[in-house]
Ligand binder design. Structure first.
Ligand code: CAA
Length: 291
């Protein structure tokens, strides 16, 4: 398959990542179906599109025609067969549970055309752990976007031992057509590039707060003002989800056995209390309206 042949993109999952990946693809000219099993998530993603596109026009980032065309190119559904049936390319962005992803890929392999590429946006599950449920291993890989996916430019394309060079190349080219800057990982490593680097920063920040050296607010101030990061590590954990941070840390810890990856007691406490960040209304900071 050549990247020019990709017209229809299916994005599974209407959560924060899925809905933004889908809308970004529609803005960049692809016909997109965004699917979720939960009707309320489907409605939420569609409502986000209705609010986001006019906002871009108001800010002068899109013309009225571009926004209208993007809106016409994207649709939402809770029907997997309808979403994936005609797709040339699928990006899975469902919950970060291995059993769920395996079930989804098994279904996709049955529903999709034989040459459809199946990519997972997982932050930490390598496609080697999923691929055996499909009969198209050479067409399976990781395509990892960053939060917020409409804004962040990087996409990590991770080539598993089963992924053909042709597939990796198409995914790299597709990311570029979606306005992103892709990097290719030629080996599967847990956490890929960015999360391995980011986790080191977040872990150190959390241990410093745990030792009561400084408050999360002051550590965030230190990182933004000294290192020039747009957000400090605690504010960023609230954006991406403290529960996700915990899951990635545990995966790295299990994989490497290195105690440096063990989540700090403060992280465990937050996860136990259900204080996951913006999505639960409270994390390291409180969020009155932003969920
Ligand atoms: N959704 C969509 N667009 C958003 C947004 C959101 N949640 N938040 C901000 N934006 C857009 C704004 O509309 C604005 O766009 P324009 O300039 O085109 O008008 C632009 O982003 C800047 O926004 P603001 O001026 O409101 O705010 P800001 O300058 O503080 O930027 C930010 C917000 C882009 C989130 C910035 O703080 C940032 O880059 N933070 C770091 C984010 C980051 O590190 N992400 C990677 C996380 S790691 C990850 O995702 C991996 C994983 O596996 C979990």
């Amino acid at each position: 398959m050549r990247v020019e042949e990709i017209k229809k993109v299916c994005v599974l999952g209407c959560g924060n990542m899925g809905s933004q990946i889908a809308l970004n693809a529609a803005i960049h000219g692809f016909e997109v179906i965004n699917m979720d099993v939960k009707e309320e998530m489907v409605a939420k993603a569609s409502a986000f599109k209705d609010q986001y596109l006019p906002g871009r026009v108001q800010k002068g980032r899109l013309t009225e025609e571009q926004a209208k065309a993007a809106a016409q190119r994207i649709s939402y559904t809770s029907d997997l067969e309808k979403a994936a049936g005609g797709a040339d390319f699928v990006i899975e962005a469902v919950l970060e549970r291995l059993d769920l992803k395996r079930q989804v890929f098994r279904e996709l392999d049955r529903i999709c055309k034989p040459d459809t590429i199946l990519a997972t946006n997982s932050s930490f599950i390598i496609s080697s752990k999923i691929v055996d449920v499909t009969k198209r291993p050479e067409k399976v890989c990781n395509m990892h976007f960053f939060n917020p996916a409409l804004v962040m430019e990087l996409v990590e394309v991770v080539q598993g031992p089963h992924t053909s060079p042709e597939t990796a190349n198409v995914v790299m080219e597709l990311a570029k057509k979606m306005g992103k800057t892709p990097v290719l990982l030629k080996k599967e490593v847990y956490g890929f590039l960015v999360n391995r680097i980011l986790m080191a920063l977040m872990d150190e920040a959390t241990w410093l707060a745990d030792m009561k050296v400084a408050s999360p607010e002051d550590i965030d101030t230190a990182v933004t003002k000294a290192l020039g990061h747009p957000m400090g590590p605690f504010r960023l954990m609230d954006l991406t989800g403290i529960d996700l941070h915990y899951d990635i840390a545990m995966e790295l810890y299990r994989d490497t056995g290195d105690p440096k990856h063990k989540p700090s007691p403060l992280i465990v406490e937050k996860v136990t209390k259900g204080e996951f960040g913006r999505k639960s209304g409270k994390g390291w900071y409180e969020y009155k309206e932003q969920k």
